[in-house]
Design a protein around this ligand. Structure first.
Ligand code: HSE
Length: 431
């Protein structure tokens, strides 16, 4: 019998308990041995009791799990850096295999944890840390291992995708939809990590490290959130044939350099990711052999996330049955250059308020031209009060050149304001 110690009786923990119970027979058959939940831990014992777990299995003391030699696998669902890091470290030192859903920990301490797993000859699996129920880490490490991965583009945050989808459907502003989402419990009381792109940043750090075999940490990822997106940006995008999505993008150039970024983007309506709406997540991967593939599903929630956790438990269970460990370990065996966002090339959408009088457009076009920024589309709407709104789409330009142009424009008296600047993504793809 394979015995599991569970840390955390919260939402995902309760899903794991439910799944191990409801699907016990197929889980055992697929593993090749019975999987038993031996102990569960939470600060709040009542949370575990509410899951119908035998009193004898419930504990508030980590030592009860650590010192139980029968427990083979520790499942960490507490989240955050501490005490999760200490608990995982000590469990590995006791020879216990680890399953975790903790993206903060992997994105920040991935290398240390992998080194520790190797030193202690234990397995360390974390499928649920990115995109909840969507299988993506195992496919990248295993099923797609024969490919050179060119790019990974994800909608990795359900909260922001819900807000942007709703803004797009209803034409209402960000603040209003966010407040409503908070009331409905779809967005956290402190939504910063989601709406400012930090959550997606951690997830793309993990995926790019795996896809490109080189460590990318959270600090390496360029991050912008969605709080500056307005209904008019969404409407202009629609008129021009795009949707606005918060994308997490990781690409590898022909020279092996890596870019990793999270920001709102204009995405062509025909791109497969453009159809991903509401709380759903998706990951779009391009490999040299497989071509384009997309994984779509629920990126959060009790049973979808538990599905990934239990999949990892089963996989480790199979390794135990076959007396092996370390089969799928750290894949970061290279040290590739990570590009700064200013070095990247992209097309940009720019919305600006300018004075509505002769020569203004020519003056603005001149600034872009003298900074190497070529314009693809320009249109203007009259604002009233002698002002006009100017919408520009550039050709592909170096980000530094665009920033230089914008710095000059901000200082010009004919420019009222640069209202928004948004990158385009997925425009080079054959649709
Ligand atoms: N807060 C995340 C989201 C789910 O909104 O998708 C957990 O990573």
């Amino acid at each position: 019998m394979i015995k599991v110690g569970l840390l955390g009786c919260g939402t995902v923990g309760s899903g794991v308990v439910e799944l191990l119970k409801n699907n016990a027979e197929i889980i055992s058959r697929r593993t090749g041995d019975i999987i038993e939940l031996k102990k569960v831990l939470d600060k709040d014992l009542d949370k575990c009791r509410a899951l119908g777990i035998d009193e004898a299995k419930i504990t508030g003391d980590f030592e009860d799990i650590l010192q139980d030699d029968e427990i083979d696998i520790v499942v960490e669902l507490i989240g955050g850096i501490e005490p999760a890091l200490t608990m995982i470290t000590r469990a590995m030192q006791q020879g216990k295999h680890i399953v975790t859903a903790n993206k903060d920990l992997i994105a920040e301490k991935g290398k240390e944890l992998f080194d520790m797993a190797k030193a202690n000859q234990v397995d360390f699996y974390f499928e649920a840390s990115v995109a909840g129920g969507i299988p993506i880490i195992y496919p990248l490490k295993q099923s797609l291992a024969g490919n050179q991965i060119k790019e990974v583009i994800g909608i990795l945050n359900g909260t922001t995708n819900y807000i942007l989808s709703k803004m797009s459907e209803e034409g209402r502003p960000f603040e209003e939809i966010l407040a409503e989402a908070q009331e409905l419990g779809y967005a956290e009381a402190d939504p910063t990590s989601d709406v400012e792109g930090l959550d997606a940043g951690r997830k793309i750090a993990i995926l790019s490290s795996i896809a490109f075999n080189s460590r990318v940490t959270f600090d390496d990822v360029y991050i912008e959130g969605i709080s500056k997106i307005t209904p008019s940006d969404i409407e202009y995008a629609r008129d021009l044939g795009y949707v606005i999505k918060l994308l997490a993008v990781a690409k590898q150039g022909d020279d092996g350099s890596i870019q990793a970024r999270v920001h709102p983007a204009f995405l062509p309506k025909k791109h497969p990711l453009a159809a991903v709406n509401g709380v759903y997540n998706a990951v779009f991967i391009t490999g040299d052999a497989v071509g384009e593939i997309m994984h779509y599903g629920r990126g959060a929630g009790k049973l979808p996330t538990a599905s990934s956790v239990v999949g990892d438990i089963i996989d480790i269970g199979r390794n135990i049955v076959h007396h092996i460990s370390g089969r799928i370990s750290c894949t970061c065996y290279e040290d590739k250059k990570i590009l700064d966002v200013s070095q990247l090339r992209a097309q940009f959408y720019i919305r600006m308020t300018v004075k509505d009088r002769p020569g203004v457009l020519a003056g603005i076009a001149g600034v872009f031209g003298s900074n190497n920024v070529s314009l693809a589309t320009v249109f203007q709407t009259t604002h009233g009060g002698g002002m006009a709104e100017l919408i520009l789409i550039t050709h592909e330009v170096e980000e530094q050149d665009l920033n230089d142009s914008l710095a000059v424009l901000r200082g010009m008296h004919i420019v009222g304001n640069i209202d928004n600047v948004i990158r385009l993504e997925g425009t080079n793809r054959d649709l």
